[in-house]
Design a protein around this ligand. Structure first.
Ligand code: SAH
Ligand code: SF4
Ligand code: F3S
Length: 446
């Protein structure tokens, strides 16, 4: 390693989109001859890739930034970058709040990092938040895993859920072409990747903006067509995708997942609330009946499919009874996993201005009750694996027990078992499940 080269560190908050963007930005920095360091305090360049989905996510960023801004006062050569969703939301205001920053860049600009840094190194303080057409990937991402990888298929979101900042900070939908997606998957497979997760905020919107779409919303390249187009990339043994939107989810997609052997029987479909009036106020565009129908159809075709979702408690005006409807739906539908959150009013979203905002006490009490149920249900779901032989794709060492490796079932349950990572990494192994916890399993190789 070249000891004179400059060191960088990236701290990533938020969702898989941000993680994927960070991997691409790391790739760009390495092409610019920066080398990775584990410790931000040793780095010549520190990049925070930020999230603003809830207030606590945003506040975390400010506390980290404060420390580096202080360091910059004694080390003027330090380069400080804020990327991602807080950068997009706050823009110039971020510079006023933290004048030590060199670069503030929205998520659409991630692939332009080199160009933006050149402007910084030429002496400017740069803010890049204007909407642009996202550049096709120009560099090799530096990926965290050597076995599983993310591939963006659509950026942005055209929905207007009344609580959500994502459309404000990620911009309008931009689909990549089927050819570019397949090409990236081919490259990944040549590099030895075995599992690919196709990413979009609303994956069912894929293709709406590509040429060939019609005003009736029919298009040549919808998500189901894309799956058929990419499912057989040689060497890619597992394909997942997220996030699905109940409003657009189709039976045709379910049938296709069943038919294509490499597509995992794993669906992540947020429902957000178990109450129709709340769903309407959230502007989600579906009812509980429709949602329940989707899950029933999935299980009719694939009785063992894993189903996960997201839910929000304490939306403005949510009564105890309406919250009970969320508990009831969670109980009824047997989720393998549910991401839960207390509603957080976000700047620039309609619901933040509504009457009926609930107190933090009520919200956190409901969150705790829902989480308790989620844990109980997940444990029940895990127990169905006991005694079964599952195919596990081995990803890494178990960091808590180096004699074990960790991988996932095709339904995405974390699984640990005794084995040597050097021999097993990237392999699909048959494992007999001997212990089941709410969110993970333990087993033995057979
Ligand atoms: N596009 C996905 C999710 C994007 S955000 C979808 O449509 O479901 C990820 C999750 O964060 C959401 O599913 C929601 O449960 C949660 N979330 C978004 N905005 C929120 C807010 N203001 N308060 C609390 N949770 C929120
Ligand atoms: Fe946000 Fe709704 Fe878009 Fe999901 S679909 S990112 S919740 S606006
Ligand atoms: Fe957060 Fe932006 Fe993702 S707000 S959840 S990082 S799209």
């Amino acid at each position: 390693m070249d000891n004179n080269s400059k060191k960088y560190n990236i701290v990533t908050f938020g969702c898989q989109m941000n993680k994927a963007d960070s991997e691409r930005m790391a790739g760009i920095l390495e092409e610019m001859d920066f080398t990775w360091t584990e410790r931000p305090e040793n780095a010549d360049l520190v990049l925070y890739n930020t999230c603003t989905i809830r207030d606590n996510a945003e506040q975390k960023v400010y506390s980290y930034l404060g420390r580096q801004a202080k360091r910059k006062q004694t080390e003027p050569n330090l380069t400080l970058v804020v990327a991602g969703c807080v950068a997009q939301q706050e823009g110039e205001q971020l510079l006023r709040r933290v004048p030590e920053l060199d670069l503030v860049m929205g998520p659409q600009h991630a692939n332009r990092l080199e160009d933006l840094l050149q402007q910084v190194f030429a002496g400017s303080q740069v803010v890049a938040t204007e909407p642009i057409h996202i550049m096709e990937d120009i560099t090799k991402p530096r990926r965290d895993s050597e076995v599983t990888a993310w591939v963006n298929i659509i950026y942005g979101c055209n929905e207007r859920c009344s609580y959500c900042v994502v459309p404000n900070v990620r911009g309008v939908e931009q689909s990549r072409t089927p050819e570019a997606i397949r090409q990236e998957m081919m490259t990944l497979s040549q590099q030895g990747y075995k599992e690919i997760t196709l990413l979009g905020q609303n994956i069912d919107a894929y293709g709406r903006d590509l040429p060939g779409s019609t005003s009736e919303g029919r298009h040549k390249h919808n998500f189901t067509d894309l799956l058929r187009f990419v499912h057989d990339v040689p060497g890619v043994e597992r394909i997942r995708f997220a996030t699905s939107h109940p409003r657009y989810f189709t039976e045709r997609l379910i049938k296709t997942c069943k038919e294509l052997p490499n597509v995992c029987e794993h669906f992540h479909i947020p429902f957000q609330s178990g109450d129709n009036d709340i769903l309407q106020a959230m502007k989600r565009g579906y009812t509980i009946e429709k949602y329940r129908g989707i899950i029933e159809t999935i299980r009719r075709y694939m009785p063992d499919a894993a189903v996960s979702g997201d839910a929000i408690v304490g939306f403005p005006g949510e009564t105890e009874e309406q919250f009970q409807n969320t508990l009831r739906l969670t109980d009824e539908l047997d989720f393998d996993m549910l991401n839960t959150a207390a509603y957080s009013p976000r700047p620039g979203t309609p619901a933040a201005l509504w009457d009926g905002q609930l107190s933090e006490e009520v919200k956190s009490d409901r969150l705790q009750r829902l989480n308790h149920l989620v844990g109980t249900k997940a444990e029940e779901r895990s127990r169905r694996y006991l005694g079964r032989v599952e195919k596990i794709l081995v990803e890494a060492k178990n960091h808590k027990d180096p004699t074990q490796v960790m991988g996932r079932t095709q339904g995405n349950r974390l699984t640990f078992f005794a084995g040597d990572i050097e021999q097993l990494k990237g392999k699909i192994v048959e494992v007999k499940i001997t212990e089941a916890r709410a969110f993970s399993l333990t087993g033995e190789m057979v």
